[in-house]
Design a protein around this ligand. Structure first.
Ligand code: IMP
Ligand code: MG
Length: 201
C-alpha cells in the first residue's frame, strides 16, 4: 500500500493497475519512526480479542477470512489466541487502486466463491482506513450467501472513514498517521517489524 501522498514523488502514473508495483523516487526517504504500539501491547490486545471471539463464535464453526497481505501476522496470532477447534482459516488477496482512482475499485474479490454460503464469516484485516476495501468485501460475501459477516481489525484510523462500516472488534483506534509493521507495509517494506511504527520522512 502506498501513502496517499506517495505518488507526489513518483513518475506520472499512466496505468493505475500497476501502481502497486511502482517505486516512488524518494521511497528511501520514508522510514519507520516513533513506535505507536509495542510488541507487548499488541500481544496483550490480541489475547483479549481472542477471548472475546471465542465467546462469540463458540458452536458457530466460523471462517476467519484474512485479507492479505496486511493481515498476515494478525490473523496468525489471533487464530492461536482463540479456543475453537472447529475454526476454518481462509485468505483473500485484495488490492485497491492505491488512491489514484476515485472509483474505489477493489481487485481480488472474484477469487471468492460460494463455499462461504450459510457460514459465519469473520473478516480479519490490518487496518480500517477509508473503509472502501472492507465494505466491498462485506457486500461480496453477503452476495455469495454468507449467513453472517463480522469484522475484526487490528487498527482503525480516527477521522479517515469515508464509507459507513462498523468494525465489530477493533484492536486499537489510532490517530491519522501512515503506519507500518506487524503486517502493515509501505510499498512492500517494513511488514516484518515487530511493533507498529509511524512512517516519517
Ligand atoms: P481502506 O482505505 O480502508 O480501503 O484500506 C485499504 C488498505 O490500505 C488497508 O487494508 C491496508 O492494507 C492499507 N492501509 C491503509 N492505511 C494504511 C497504513 O497506514 N499503513 C499501511 N497500510 C495501510
Ligand atoms: Mg489491507
Amino acid at each position: 500500500m502506498k501513502t496517499g501522498g506517495a505518488h507526489i514523488f513518483s513518475w506520472p502514473i499512466r496505468h493505475p493497475e500497476l501502481v502497486e508495483g511502482s517505486v516512488p523516487l524518494f521511497a528511501w526517504a520514508m522510514t519507520p519512526g516513533r513506535v505507536l504500539l509495542t510488541q507487548t501491547q499488541i500481544r496483550a490486545r490480541v489475547q483479549q480479542l481472542g477471548k472475546s471471539l471465542t465467546r462469540h463464535y463458540r458452536g458457530k464453526r466460523p471462517i476467519f477470512l484474512g485479507v492479505m497481505n496486511g493481515a498476515l501476522f494478525f490473523l496468525a496470532d489471533l487464530v492461536r489466541a482463540i479456543d475453537l477447534d472447529e475454526t476454518e482459516i481462509s485468505c483473500v488477496r485484495l488490492a485497491s487502486y492505491a488512491g489514484t482512482n476515485s472509483t474505489g475499485k477493489i481487485l481480488g474479490l472474484d477469487a471468492l466463491d460460494d463455499s462461504i454460503a450459510g457460514r459465519h464469516v469473520l473478516i480479519v484485516d490490518d487496518i480500517l482506513d477509508t473503509g472502501r476495501t472492507l465494505s466491498a468485501l462485506v457486500a461480496r460475501l453477503k452476495k455469495l450467501g454468507a449467513a453472517d459477516v463480522k469484522i475484526c481489525v487490528l487498527l482503525q484510523k480516527r477521522g479517515k472513514q469515508e464509507v459507513p462500516l462498523h468494525a465489530n472488534w477493533i484492536g486499537f483506534k489510532i490517530p491519522n498517521h501512515f503506519v507500518v509493521g506487524y503486517g502493515l507495509d509501505y510499498d512492500g517494506r517494513y511488514r516484518g517489524l515487530k511493533q507498529v511504527r509511524i512512517l516519517t520522512d
